[in-house]
Design a binder for this molecule. Structure first.
Ligand SMILES: C[S@@+](CC[C@H](N)C(=O)[O-])C[C@H]1O[C@@H](n2cnc3c(N)ncnc32)[C@H](O)[C@@H]1O
Length: 189
């Protein structure tokens, strides 16, 4: 049976983001994929807000673009077909939120997946771009090999980030089988 509140790490990420992002904000979707989070962010920032969206796959950019167009929200997003490890080349203003949804693109080649080294680089650049009390959410999928490596290495490094700069929270389902997705949320102090 479905639980009412504690089902999916992606929903928990959205719950946190909703509390922080206001109309007119500038935010980042670091992994646009099929565009779920980009659409969600475009809705939150309103007509005068802006969403920077990144993905290494042209297919993901196309799917997201189409999805935004269908919903009349395409003009709120700047979609960039490049890796999030290059965030700071494209974004040079403070942002209130950054969403990462790691892993591979559903309905595409599962071999193309986020990787620990580039994810870590993007997370570091992202923390520098976050405004005070800005939030980063990272959904990690340890159910596949690269995802497990990404989880272990990211958590090890994030747990050593200075608490003077950020608060790092981990939300993990501890009674679910088969390595369920988990959420890491980072608030910039
Ligand atoms: C799980 S999907 C994202 C789902 C998406 N957030 C949504 O709401 O539909 C992960 C995405 O990360 C992308 N990706 C992999 N490496 C990347 C990188 N270095 N920079 C940006 N995106 C990357 C993949 O191409 C894939 O589309």
């Amino acid at each position: 049976m479905q639980a009412k509140f504690l089902n999916r790490a992606t929903d928990l990420a959205k719950d946190i983001i909703k509390k922080v992002v206001k109309k007119d904000d500038i935010v980042i979707d670091a992994t646009v994929g099929n565009g779920n989070d980009t659409l969600f962010l475009c809705d939150l920032v309103g007509e005068r807000g802006k969403v920077y969206g990144f993905d290494i796959q042209e297919l993901a950019i196309k799917r997201t673009e189409e999805r935004l167009k269908k919903n009349g929200l395409a003009d709120r997003a700047l979609l960039i077909n490049d890796g999030h490890e290059n965030l700071s080349k494209y974004v040079n203003q403070k942002v209130t939120a950054i969403m990462f949804n790691l892993g591979y693109l559903p309905r595409a080649d599962h071999k193309i997946t986020t990787k620990y080294e580039t994810t870590l680089e993007a997370v570091k650049q992202g923390i520098d771009l976050l405004a005070t009390n800005g939030i980063m959410t990272i959904v990690i999928y340890p159910g596949h090999k690269e995802g497990m490596e990404e989880k272990e290495k990211l958590l090890e490094i994030l747990s050593n980030f200075s608490q003077n700069v950020v608060n790092v929270l981990k939300m993990e389902f501890i009674n679910q089988k088969n390595n369920p997705p988990l959420l890491v949320a980072i608030e910039r102090k």
